[in-house]
Ligand binder design. Structure first.
Ligand code: HXC
Length: 292
C-alpha cells in the first residue's frame, strides 16, 4: 500500500472535522492525513502544549489547516461552549471523530470508584457530550453530519483487565447504532472503528507495561495477518467513512484488526497467569507512563 496515493487529495475538500483526543495517539496520527486530503481539522485535548505541537505537525503540508482547543470532554458545558465557538468563528463541522480515551490495565478487584470513573467518564460521557453538542447543531441548521467513534473489538467480546474501557466502549457502540436510526432522517451518519493494535508510544506503554509481554495485547503472533496495523490503514478507513463516498453506510462498527478478534480468546486473557506482585509492578509502570 502506498501512503497518500490511495485516495484523491481532494477527498475531504470542504470538510471541517473535529478530532477529540487529537493531541496524542491515533487521533494525532490520522490528523495529518485528513489535512493532506483537503480537510480543515480541529483538535481537542486537555493539554495546550501537546495540542500546539500536534497541530503544527499535522498542518505541515497546509499551514493554517489545523486549529486546536483545550477541552475536557468529560465536562458538557466546556464541550458545548467550545462547539459553539467553532460554529461561530469557523463554521459548522462536517464530521466528529470521538477519539478521546482513557485506559490502563488492572485487576478489576483493585479498581477504585475514582479509577472506574476516570475511564468511563472520558470514553462514554465524553463521546456522548461531543456527539450531542454537534448533533443538535446539525439538526437545528438542517445540515448533514458524520460521527465516527474509535472503539475496539471488546465491544463484542468484552476484555478482561480493561473492564471500564470495555464497558464504556460498548456503550458508545450502542449509541452508534441507536442514533444511526434516530438521526438518519437528519442525514447524520454514525459509525465506529474497532482497530486492533496499532503502535503508538503511549498506548503501547500503558497496555504492555510488563516485561512478560508475551501475554500482552500487542503481540503480532496473536494476529492472523502476522503484523499490527498501521496508521496509514487507520487513516484510510477514517477518511473513507468521513467522506461523501459512503452516504448509505451508518450504524456500523467496523473491525480492522488483521483477524485478531476472530482468532483469539480476548485481548488480555493471557494475563490471567500474572501474580499480585506482577500487577503491582504493572500499576507503577503504567502510572509513571501516564504522568510522563
Ligand atoms: C491503577 C490507576 C492507574 C493505573 C490511575 N489510576 N492510573 N490505577 N493503575 N495505571 C487511578 C488513580 O489511582 C485514581 O484513583 C484514579 O485512577 C484516577 O486517576 P487520576 O490520575 O486522578 O485521573 P486522571 O488524571 O483523570 O487520569 C486518567 C487516566 C490517565 C486514565 C488515569 O492515564 C489518562 O487520562 N489517560 C488518557 C489517555 C489514555 O489513557 N489513552 C489510552 C487509551 S489506549 P484513586 O482511587 O487512587 O484516587 C486504548 C487502546 C486500546 O484505549 C486498544 C488496544 C488494542
Amino acid at each position: 500500500m502506498t501512503e497518500d496515493t490511495t485516495f484523491s487529495p481532494k477527498l475531504l475538500s470542504g470538510k471541517r472535522v473535529l478530532i477529540t483526543g487529537g493531541g496524542t495517539g491515533l487521533g494525532r496520527g490520522v490528523a495529518r492525513h485528513l489535512v493532506d486530503h483537503g480537510a480543515e481539522v480541529h483538535l481537542w485535548g486537555r493539554r495546550e502544549a501537546v495540542l500546539a505541537e500536534a497541530a503544527e505537525e499535522a498542518s505541515a503540508s497546509r499551514p493554517g489547516a489545523v486549529q486546536y482547543h483545550t477541552v475536557d470532554v468529560r465536562d458538557y458545558e466546556n464541550v458545548d461552549e467550545t462547539m459553539g465557538r467553532i460554529w461561530s468563528e469557523f463554521g459548522p463541522l462536517t464530521g466528529v471523530v470521538n477519539n478521546a480515551a482513557a485506559n490502563f490495565i488492572a485487576q478489576t478487584k483493585d479498581l477504585s470508584p475514582r479509577a472506574f470513573q476516570a475511564i468511563t467518564s472520558t470514553v462514554m460521557n465524553g463521546s456522548f457530550h461531543t456527539t450531542h453538542a454537534a448533533g443538535k447543531r446539525w439538526i437545528a441548521d438542517g445540515l448533514p453530519g458524520s460521527v465516527l467513534s474509535t472503539l475496539t473489538t471488546w465491544v463484542w467480546t468484552g476484555s478482561a483487565f480493561v473492564v471500564p474501557s470495555a464497558m464504556a466502549k460498548a456503550a458508545v457502540h450502542s449509541m452508534t447504532m441507536s442514533l444511526a436510526v434516530e438521526w438518519a432522517k437528519h442525514n447524520i451518519r454514525l459509525n465506529a472503528l474497532a482497530p486492533g493494535p496499532i503502535p503508538t508510544d503511549y498506548a503501547w506503554e500503558m497496555l504492555n507495561p510488563t516485561d512478560k509481554s508475551s501475554v500482552g495485547a500487542t503481540q503480532a503472533d496473536q494476529i492472523p495477518a502476522g503484523r499490527t496495523g498501521t496508521m496509514e490503514e487507520l487513516a484510510n478507513l477514517t477518511m473513507f467513512l468521513l467522506s461523501d463516498a459512503c452516504d448509505y453506510l451508518t450504524g456500523q462498527t467496523i473491525a480492522m484488526d488483521g483477524g485478531q478478534m476472530l482468532a483469539g480468546p480476548g485481548t488480555f486473557a493471557g494475563l490471567n497467569g500474572l501474580t499480585d506482585a506482577d500487577w503491582q509492578q504493572i500499576k507503577e509502570t503504567s502510572k509513571a507512563a501516564s504522568e510522563s
